[in-house]
Design a protein around this ligand. Structure first.
Ligand code: PLP
Length: 385
């Protein structure tokens, strides 16, 4: 990309990674719907131009754009967020290894860690990323990696992230962070010393609730190794999905600004409502990680959760009564979505395990979309009243 050496993220979203010269003058990135490409003197298996090897022009443009956004050497798009997470962990960990992970992970990652990885002889210890004093006791001689999430689901915790990357560096561990909830608009972990960033691109990066995709970003050495694992497991992103992700990314900044502001407006309103026990949004002063969130994040995106007075029946009634919002899983898209973690993302946990993790039965997770926040508030008001 030509122009200023440090353009703002708004400009990078539009121009970084775009083919130069433009392909036959096309202003938008065209779709290269060809599974294979003419042999071009490729030197090895991973260089053959083939969709599964994630190296068509659509992949390459995205890799350059996403690396510019995350301020990393390179990046890799994958067929889902879980493809990114599993390929990364399976590349960097081997049987007999151990790693540290935040105690409240996205449900799919939690299952991967406690199920598949354990089956392959990879051990883990869950730690609280907000409490650095406890990490050393959990570290073992075979600890290789520290895994965390920027904002946790559904309580919106913000761990001591700079301390995580510093601890990892001090002990020769790879620091890995799932940056899905923040997106590079709100937080760029590489600027805080993290080695590898992971995304469910399905959420804010694409932002339209219409594809599933993932991203790994980081140093060339790490990402190249993960790319080879992904090539073997087959988790590449289809060119049409690449096109949609590419298009979605261009509006990330305008969407995030709206969602940052709108979710905070809704969170403030909810915290005044008599039917609401607690609102979890890190930019509300009562959130336990408020100071750290303000220091690290440009905004918290569209996510928040609320615990309703009246437990599960009240929460169930709320999700049944909303009219504008949709009762559906996932997040980060234009439509406001509501979901009950106890009956969905965290249903696999034992009830007491869930309670210990702070996930009450009456908790509702909300992903604020791109509607006018006044209309969302009016919808929530009629559902609560
Ligand atoms: N990471 C986080 C924080 C998520 O919320 C999700 C999905 O909800 C994933 C990873 C998995 O992403 P995908 O559904 O794209 O595989």
């Amino acid at each position: 990309m030509s122009g200023a050496s440090h353009p703002s993220i708004d400009t990078l979203l539009i121009h970084a990674g775009e083919p130069q010269p433009r392909i036959r003058g096309a202003v938008a990135m065209p779709i290269f719907q060809s599974s294979t490409f003419e042999f071009g003197g490729d030197v090895g298996y991973h260089d053959i131009r083939y969709i599964r090897l994630n190296n068509t022009p659509n992949h390459e443009a995205l890799h350059a754009k996403l690396a510019a956004l995350e301020r990393t050497e390179t990046s890799l798009v994958t067929s889902s967020g879980m493809a990114a997470i599993s390929a990364a962990l399976l590349t960097l960990l081997s049987p007999g290894d151990h790693f540290l992970a935040h105690r409240a992970l996205y449900g799919g990652t939690h299952d991967l860690v406690t199920g598949e990885l354990k089956r392959f002889g990879i051990e883990h210890s869950f730690v609280d990323t907000a409490n650095p004093a406890t990490w050393e006791a959990a570290r073992r001689p075979n600890t290789k990696l520290f895994y965390c999430e920027t904002l946790t689901n559904p309580l919106m915790e913000v761990g001591d992230l700079p301390a995580v990357s510093a601890f990892a560096k001090r002990h020769g561990l790879v620091s890995m962070i799932d940056n899905t909830f923040a997106s590079p608009f709100n937080f760029r972990p590489a600027e805080h010393g993290f080695d590898l960033m992971l995304h469910s691109g399905t959420k804010y990066l694409n932002g339209h609730n219409d594809i599933v995709c993932g991203v790994v970003a980081g140093t060339r050495t790490h990402v190249d190794a993960i790319r080879k694992t992904l090539n073997h497991y087959g988790g590449s992103l289809d060119p049409h999905a690449c096109f949609l992700l590419h298009r979605g990314l261009k509006t990330l900044a305008v969407r995030m600004r709206h969602q940052n502001e709108s979710a905070l407006t809704v969170a403030r309103w909810l915290s005044q409502h008599p039917a609401v026990e607690t609102v979890n949004h890190p930019f509300l002063p009562q959130h336990p990680h408020h100071a750290r969130a303000k220091q690290l994040l440009a905004g918290c995106g569209g996510m928040l959760s609320v615990e309703l007075r009246g437990g599960l029946p009240a929460a169930r009634s709320f999700v049944e009564r909303v009219q504008l919002a949709v009762h559906a899983p996932s997040l980060g898209g234009p439509e406001t979505l509501v979901i009950l973690p106890a009956l969905s993302s965290h249903a696999g946990m034992q009830a007491d395990e869930r309670r210990r993790a702070g996930i009450a039965d009456g908790l509702v997770r909300i992903s604020i979309g791109l509607e006018d926040s006044n209309d969302v508030i009016a919808d929530f008001k009629q559902a609560l009243d």
